[in-house]
Design a protein around this ligand. Structure first.
Ligand code: AMP
Length: 398
């Protein structure tokens, strides 16, 4: 029987997955990449094979209403598609590793208990990541599982960058800047030497612009700063999160408006950002085609924050040689890239309009002081590499 390994990225309403297979003789190969989305609303499974051909597009039963049911639905599909398979390892994306987990780790009961403690620091993601681990443990108790953290890549930040300037007593409880989207940035840093060798060893700002959005300052491929901090709320304007906020606003919501901590959490994680400003959508595509002034305001604010933070990270780096766009908006929206690049012209960013419109790889002119690129991210591949390295399994994953 062939060996299989899974990569899971479990969110609140989606479960992204990759399936790797190792034939009896041969190396690991990507067999399927897909997702179950609309969990709890209109569940739907889609998957492609390793070459991008569609394997399935299926509406799922309404009973797929949470992460556990999604894992069960995925297991049924895998059995139907691949027959009785021997799963030898599962790698998970886990958003928060806290101060303790500075690298991927084999999941044990103790590790899992630690990770549950971090739920208040990432309430939008961590519970769903951990629920997937729990369900796999129940279904396949003998299979090794690995947690790969979005925070680990930023452990290289220096003491000043990590600091949250509150009293020591508070900081002792783990209040510091961690940074997120680390698996995405680690992937980009890993491919820079091949894709954009001219900037790989220099000062690069990577803009991960998706539903969640942040920037990372890289120096020679190492993370030196990032716009996300203690939680995934800081920095840029996001789909439903506000980004950087005067902490006095939170105090006012609590003391002035009398909202509960839970209500404030819901506002900050689910009702703010592009959605809160526009009251139309958290989806950039919908805002870009809308004529509503509120949609325009939301886009203006998104671009303003991104541009402002690019300036801040350029100051941290003492200049910038490269700019990389990635994730849903960064990879697919010429309009947003154009606006951010034009607003960053003072840094020496000179956009090649044609290349940008074509979503080409290099999108700056030859004369541009800042070499500017689109590089599709691949967090799942990064998880597969880590899982393989840790379990000694997926050595041949490219
Ligand atoms: P992600 O979280 O990386 O999957 O990115 C999701 C975000 O990317 C959503 O706001 C989408 O609207 C946005 N997105 C995807 N494709 C496009 C596109 N062609 N133009 C603008 N935004 C896009």
């Amino acid at each position: 029987m062939d060996d299989y390994a899974l990569v899971l990225n479990a969110g609140s309403s989606s479960l992204k997955f990759c399936v790797f297979r190792r034939p009896r003789t041969g190396s690991w190969q990507l067999e399927a990449r897909g997702q179950i989305d609309g969990i709890g609303t209109a569940p739907h499974l889609s998957a492609k094979d390793g070459h991008g051909a569609i394997l399935t597009e299926t509406k799922l039963e309404d009973s797929v209403c949470d992460g556990r049911a999604a894992i069960d639905a995925l297991a049924s599909w895998l059995r139907w598609k691949f027959g009785k398979a021997r799963v030898v390892g599962v790698g998970h994306r886990v958003v928060h590793g806290g101060a303790r987990y500075d690298r991927p780790v084999l999941i044990t009961r103790d590790v899992l208990a630690d990770l549950y403690q971090l739920i208040p620091l990432a309430p939008l993601h961590q519970p769903y990541n951990l629920a997937a681990i729990d369900r796999i443990s129940e279904r396949m108790p003998d299979v090794s599982q690995v947690a790969c953290f979005d925070t680990s890549f930023h452990q290289t930040h220096n003491a000043v960058t990590k600091l949250v300037p509150l009293p020591k007593e508070v900081r002792k409880s783990g209040v510091q800047r961690y940074g997120f989207h680390g698996l995405s940035y680690e992937y980009i840093a890993s491919v820079l030497p091949d894709v954009a060798p001219e900037i790989a060893r220099d000062r690069v700002i990577v803009a991960h612009l998706g539903s969640g959005a942040s920037l990372c300052a890289l120096e020679n491929g190492i993370s030196v700063d990032s716009t996300l901090g203690f939680t995934a709320l800081d920095g840029l304007c996001m789909g439903t999160r506000p980004g950087a906020l005067d902490p006095g606003v939170v105090l006012y919501l609590y003391q002035g408006l009398g909202l509960s901590a839970k209500e404030i959490e819901t506002i900050l994680y689910k009702k703010s950002g592009l959605l809160g400003i526009s009251e139309i959508s958290n989806d950039m595509r919908q805002l870009l085609v809308s004529d509503a002034p509120e949609a325009k305001l939301a886009i203006d604010y998104f671009v303003y924050r991104a541009t402002k933070e690019i300036g801040a990270l350029a100051a941290v780096l003492g200049g910038v040689d490269g700019l990389v766009f990635t994730a849903g908006i960064g990879e697919n929206s010429p309009e947003i890239r154009k606006r951010i690049c034009e607003a960053s012209a003072w840094l020496g960013v000179q956009l090649d309009t044609e290349a940008n419109l074509k979503n080409a790889s290099r999108i700056s002119t030859r004369q541009s002081k800042v070499s500017t690129w689109i590089i599709p991210t691949n967090e799942e591949l990064m998880i597969a590499r880590h899982t393989g390295a840790l379990l000694g399994l997926l050595q041949a994953v490219a």
